[in-house]
Design a protein. Structure first.
Length: 202
């Protein structure tokens, strides 16, 4: 039941914005979503399962935004600048995205284990949520590879993506530094364009 699942994840995220994850109760999440507690347990199995699914959903939303940023421009530097701006705004606006990208979970957030957990669920979404979550380094590599593939274009041999991949990784890591220590004028775009000025971006 996809609608119930999304409602439960929405309710869990809303609860997390109001109180620490340790204080979020499954019964309250179910009530806020308008479903039974049994439905919540059928979908996620446990509070840890709910946390993993919530983190994965927010991470997937961030990656979808990366794809939109890459598709919104033709010029490679504009594409990478848009990815950097999206990364900074997404991490600032969503504590789970920030935690996934930086590895800094804090006391208020769930900190689901990165390795896969055993799953015998017949629900595809739950099986996926039970799968491994990327580490921050894994996430950087994932975004880098997506961006490099778009910038290099279709049919480009893997070896020809090495330079774009380096530029993409530089931009992503620069964006993450802006999350941790915002520039004085908060102009991420200028910072990225300055860094890319000397980079061999096709």
């Amino acid at each position: 039941m996809p609608a119930a699942r999304e409602s439960l994840l929405d309710a869990a995220y809303t609860a997390l914005t109001r109180r620490p994850w340790s204080a979020v109760r499954m019964v309250d999440v179910a009530a806020a979503a308008g479903v039974s507690r049994q439905t919540l347990h059928n979908e996620f199995g446990s509070k840890d399962g709910l946390a993993r699914a919530l983190v994965r959903r927010e991470a997937d939303g961030y990656l979808a935004g990366v794809d939109r940023a890459l598709a919104a421009h033709a010029d490679p530097r504009d594409r990478l600048t848009a990815v950097a701006e999206w990364t900074v705004s997404s991490a600032r606006g969503n504590p789970l995205v920030r935690a996934v990208l930086t590895g800094s979970w804090g006391d208020r957030l769930p900190a689901p284990a990165l390795p896969a957990v055993p799953s015998g669920s017949a629900v595809p979404a739950r099986r996926r949520a039970d799968g491994p979550l990327p580490s921050p380094a894994g996430f950087v590599a994932l975004v880098r590879d997506r961006a490099a593939a778009v910038i290099a274009g279709p049919g480009v041999p893997g070896s020809d993506t090495a330079e774009p991949a380096r530029s993409c990784e530089l931009v992503i890591r620069l964006a993450l530094s802006c999350v941790a220590a915002p520039p004085a004028d908060d102009d991420v775009a200028d910072l990225v364009r300055g860094a890319l000025h000397r980079q061999p971006v096709p």
